[in-house]
Design a protein around this ligand. Structure first.
Ligand code: NAP
Length: 322
């Protein structure tokens, strides 16, 4: 008998057809997110779940007595309650590697966009303000040859470092819990303590995963260590920074600008202060959102799920559940 799987969001017909070769597939057909109570009902008989950001916690597991594996179409898996999954022997997989270059491109887009004020100046042109030379109030900052500090020098961090070092001649430093001598040798990057990195960098890119340790890792104290000209980029998860402290730092001129792909609450609430701040570039969590990369991620996640449900060892089981 084929295992039952539930897909809780839209995926391509290729992904669905692949899964259907090995599994009996049910799916959420609508473009709006599936309401939690419907999801829980759908999982009553499911052995597998293909998802992206759905909270996989004790409540979900309790409602899914046959669940064996959850495959996330994402590299981050902060929506997995790892203790609850471990206790119930549920395999959890994610999609590392396939999105590294795409997310790194977006980190660079945010660096360039904030430094050269791309969104602000686009509005300036479209609003008909371009009547003569722009004048130095609109000048930006150089990205090339500037100092970049990467917090969380993993797969994506290294892809950012490569672009910054070899594409923009930047001086790149990083902070991790452990040093990476190979990356230091290959990419010419320096290891710094978090405080030194914050104090030295012109651009700071947050790429550490959201965990209990990194929750609000960057708050008031950390923003105060940064240069007044610093530009802060977050492509990890909104909760890795204290958003209220970032707003305060930007309003007080403690730092110059921020480029954000992720937020404490997503979608961002209508009245959020960031939405009226010209020195904040806001994107709707699109780090991996290109046609090709999202297709590759979804297919990899489908393969991970099939492996987990057919007795093979999935290569992409998340580290804490191996
Ligand atoms: P990764 O390869 O696991 O890299 C994460 C790095 O963070 C590791 O080098 C790790 O090194 C470091 N780290 C972990 N805990 C830390 C801590 N407490 N303090 C400092 N450094 C810490 O992950 P990845 O594939 O590069 O992805 C990174 C994150 O990017 C994901 O978890 C996800 O949240 C985010 N992401 C966002 C998007 C988007 O659309 N915006 C897309 C993809 C990924 P140590 O273990 O040595 O500390």
């Amino acid at each position: 008998m084929k295992p039952n799987v539930f897909i809780d969001r839209n995926v391509s017909s290729e992904v669905e057809a692949y899964l259907a070769q090995y599994c009996t597939v049910d799916k959420w057909e609508e473009s709006s997110p599936i309401p939690r109570e419907i999801l829980l009902k759908k999982l009553e008989n499911a052995e597998g779940l293909l998802t992206a950001g759905t909270q996989v916690d004790a409540e979900l597991i309790e409602n899914a007595p046959r669940l064996k594996a959850v495959s996330s179409i994402s590299v981050g898996y902060n929506h997995f309650d790892l203790d609850a999954m471990r206790e119930n022997g549920i395999i959890g997989t994610h999609t590392p590697h396939v999105l590294d270059d795409t997310v790194a491109d977006l980190a660079l887009a945010l660096m360039l966009g904030t430094a050269r004020r791309v969104a602000e100046l686009d509005r300036y042109v479209k609003e008909g303000q371009w009547k003569a030379g722009i004048g130095n109030t609109w000048f930006g900052q150089d990205v090339h040859h500037a100092k970049l500090g990467i917090i969380g020098m993993g797969r994506i961090g290294e892809a950012v470092a490569r672009r910054a070092r070899f594409g923009f001649d930047m001086d790149v430093a990083y902070f991790n819990r452990s040093r990476k001598p190979e990356a230091e040798a290959q990419l010419g990057v320096r290891y710094l303590s978090l405080n030194d990195l914050l104090a030295e960098s012109d651009f700071i890119v947050m790429l550490a995963p959201l965990t209990t340790e990194t929750n609000k890792l960057i708050g008031q104290e950390q923003f105060k260590l940064m240069k007044p000209t610093a530009i802060f980029i977050n492509v990890s998860r909104g909760q890795t920074i204290d958003e209220a402290a970032l707003i305060e730092a930007l309003q007080a001129g403690t730092i110059t600008a921020a480029g954000l792909d992720v937020f404490e609450q997503e979608p961002i609430p209508e009245n959020h202060p960031f939405l009226t701040m010209n020195n904040v570039l806001t994107l709707p969590h699109i780090g991996s959102a290109t046609e090709a990369t999202r297709a590759n991620m979804a297919m990899l996640a489908a393969r991970n799920l099939v492996h987990a449900l057919t007795g093979q060892t999935p290569t992409n089981t998340v580290a804490e559940l191996r």
